[in-house]
Design a protein around this ligand. Structure first.
Ligand SMILES: C[S@@+](CC[C@H](N)C(=O)[O-])C[C@H]1O[C@@H](n2cnc3c(N)ncnc32)[C@H](O)[C@@H]1O
Length: 289
C-alpha cells in the first residue's frame, strides 16, 4: 500500500463532516450494496479493473464509538439486516460480507469494501482530504496490496486518474455536501469526466433534502447522453419534507448490465427491513442494451 501526500499549499477547506456519525445508516447500506454489486459485475471479466474512491472516508467505522452511538443511525440501517431470514441473494451476500465486522461492532466503508474485493489484477486508489482521516484510512488499508491512498481534493484525484490504463472500473463520488454549490460543482465535473472517460462507470451519491437542485442534476446528466445513465432514489420520507435527510440517490453513468434489474428485485425486501421506498429510472435516451 502506498501513501501519496500531494497537497496544494493554501487549501482553504471547510471540513466539518464526520462520516462516523452516519456509518451503517440506511444511506450507507444502499450505497454500499449497489457499489459492491457494480464492482462484482465489472469483475466478471478477467481483465483488471480500477476503482477510485474519491471521497473515501475512514474505511472502517467503530459502531461502538461515542459518535456512532450518539446518533444510533446504524440501528435503522445495517443492524436491521441481521437476525432475520433474507430471501434475496444480493442482500444475503451483502449481509454475509458485513457479518464479521458487525459481530465486532464495526462497519466497513467503501474503500475497505473495494479493497477486500480486489483480485491480483485489480487496483484501488482511495482518496481522502481530511488530514486526520487520511491517516486512519491509511491504517485501515495497510494490509492490502494494489492499494494507493492519496490526499488530494477529490475532483483533482479524479482528473489525475481517468482514463485508467485498465479502461475498466468504477469511480465512486461520495461528497459530504458541505459546500452549498456541491450540486453545481458536480455538474461541472461530470462534463469533464465525459471528455476524459466517456465509457467509465461513475457512481455518484447525493442526499435528497427539500430545496436541493436535484432536478438540475438529472437534467444535466440526461443532456450529457452517456450510455445507461440510471438513477436509484431511496426515500424515507416525502422528498420535500422541510429539514433533515429525506433520502438519498445514486446516479450512475454506464451502469453495469443487470444491476438495475437486480436492484429492482431486492427493493421489496430491503424496504421491508429499512422502511421507505425506492424509485429507479433511466435518464435521457440511455435506456438499455
Ligand atoms: C460521505 S464521506 C465518505 C464515505 C465513504 N465514501 C464510504 O462510503 O464509506 C465523505 C468524505 O469526504 C471527505 N472530503 C470532504 N471534502 C473532500 C474533498 N474536497 N476531497 C476529498 N475528500 C473530501 C470527508 O472528510 C469525508 O471523509
Amino acid at each position: 500500500m502506498r501513501l501519496f501526500v500531494l497537497r496544494k499549499a493554501g487549501y482553504n477547506i471547510l471540513m466539518n463532516y464526520r462520516h462516523i456519525f452516519h456509518a451503517g445508516n440506511f444511506a450507507d447500506v444502499f450505497k454500499h450494496l449497489v457499489f459492491r454489486m457494480c464492482f462484482a459485475h465489472v469483475q466478471q471479466k478477467d481483465k483488471g479493473a480500477f476503482v477510485l474512491d474519491a471521497f473515501a472516508g475512514l474505511g472502517l467505522y467503530d459502531l461502538a464509538s461515542d459518535q456512532a452511538q450518539r446518533t444510533g443511525e446504524y440501528q435503522q440501517g445495517i443492524a436491521r439486516l441481521f437476525g432475520r431470514d433474507l430471501q434475496n441473494k444480493d442482500l444475503q451476500e451483502f449481509r454475509e460480507f458485513c457479518a464479521a465486522d458487525f459481530m465486532q461492532q464495526k462497519y466497513a466503508g467503501s474503500p475497505v469494501i473495494a479493497a477486500r474485493m480486489l483480485r491480483p489484477q485489480d487496483r484501488l486508489t482511495a482518496n481522502e482530504l481530511h488530514p486526520d482521516d487520511v491517516q486512519t484510512l491509511q491504517q485501515n488499508l495497510r494490509s492490502f496490496d494494489q492499494v494507493a491512498v492519496t490526499h488530494l481534493d477529490a475532483y483533482e484525484s479524479v482528473r489525475g486518474a481517468i482514463p485508467p490504463v485498465e479502461r475498466r472500473g468504477i469511480i465512486l463520488i461520495d461528497p459530504p455536501f458541505e459546500k452549498k454549490d456541491e450540486f453545481q460543482l458536480l455538474v461541472k465535473q461530470m462534463k469533464e469526466w465525459k471528455k476524459r472517460w466517456e465509457t467509465g462507470c461513475f457512481i455518484l451519491w447525493y442526499p435528497i433534502k427539500a430545496g436541493q437542485p436535484i432536478d438540475d442534476l438529472y437534467a444535466a446528466a440526461a443532456e450529457m447522453g452517456l450510455n445507461r445513465t440510471w438513477v436509484a432514489e431511496f426515500l424515507l420520507r416525502p422528498r420535500d419534507t422541510p429539514e433533515g435527510l429525506n433520502g438519498c440517490g445514486l446516479l450512475i453513468f454506464n451502469t453495469p448490465y443487470q444491476i438495475p434489474e437486480r436492484v429492482e428485485a431486492l427493493v421489496p425486501e430491503l424496504t421491508g427491513l429499512l422502511g421507505g421506498s425506492v424509485r429507479c429510472f433511466y435518464l435521457g435516451a440511455s435506456t438499455s442494451a
